[in-house]
Design a binder for this molecule. Sequence first.
Ligand code: TXA
Ligand code: MG
Length: 310
Amino acid sequence: MKINLANIKKARNLLNKRECVAIPTETVYGIAANAYSDTACKKIFRLKKRPMNNPLIIHYYDLKKLKNDCDLNADFLKLYKRFCPGPITFILNQKKKSKISKVATNKKNTLAVRFPKHPVARTLLKYLKFPIAAPSANISSRVSAVTSSDVKDDFGKKIKYILEGGRSSVGVESTIIDLRKKPKILRLGGLEVGTIQKILKKKISINTNPSKISAPGQLKIHYSPGIPIRLNVKKIKKDEAFLLIKKNKINKTNYYFLSKKGDLKEAAKNLYTILRKIKKDNYKSIAVDKIPNIGIGKTINDRLIRASKF
Ligand code: TXA
Ligand code: MG
């Protein structure tokens, strides 16, 4: 993709003035602010209507800049080398001297850190003198945004600027892994757990529904298009939209296909766009076909299960 430097400079100038801007990443769009500034980070929470106790992911250009803020360990370095920049977020111990805003972290002594791969996000990060705090660019508890027009739909004029970056190529959020002790997945995401396991060569536990919530986004209703969802449906009810993994010959207007041939990566990329589309098309509920629970299909199922708690 061609980088428009004038747009990136506009975003940088606003971020320098402690304003929020929406930015593209390869997973989903984010609402970015200066991660060193309490004032700037507070604006994110206000815009998103996000509870203040839900900490933000901090986005960096590379390792060099992260070293001031976090203790790095062997597992982290292995995964960083193999997957970064890319759709993975690490939970690490924060250094005492770190200048990251306590508003962004909810005063935790840990930090969620990520190195986005999208060339627009990377160019912006390279130009900035600070890392950026950025949650997904959607109203709290709703479906994430994967295009600039999704962001506009959710925030309208409330957001000062949306940096254009085309459609997010992964389409679901980053995988979150806690690396402080034994590796533990806190959120399934764009990078498959099996792929991470191959590099770490050790057991990785998955704890995306803990009894004590360490990431507030983990349990409540989340990723909701704003209408009820039923899962593993064979037969739909009258007036429901039907969401299927694979295109079939039935060409009814209420049938929505996540992919042409049942490709799970393609399905993940399309998931949020189609959920938004069904809502816009005015359906009052969604029935979902069985989605294979393998690879990134696990992430799709995770999102749909949480959205079905609506
Ligand atoms: O792909 C992504 O990760 C996107 C793009 C914009 O980078 N960001 C994103 O952020 O999904 P958000 O805020 O929607 O989700 C971040 C999750 C939340 O569930 C939050 O609770 C958790 O990360 N989190 C943040 N800091 C944490 C920490 N120190 N310990 C545990 N969980 C943390
Ligand atoms: Mg989110």
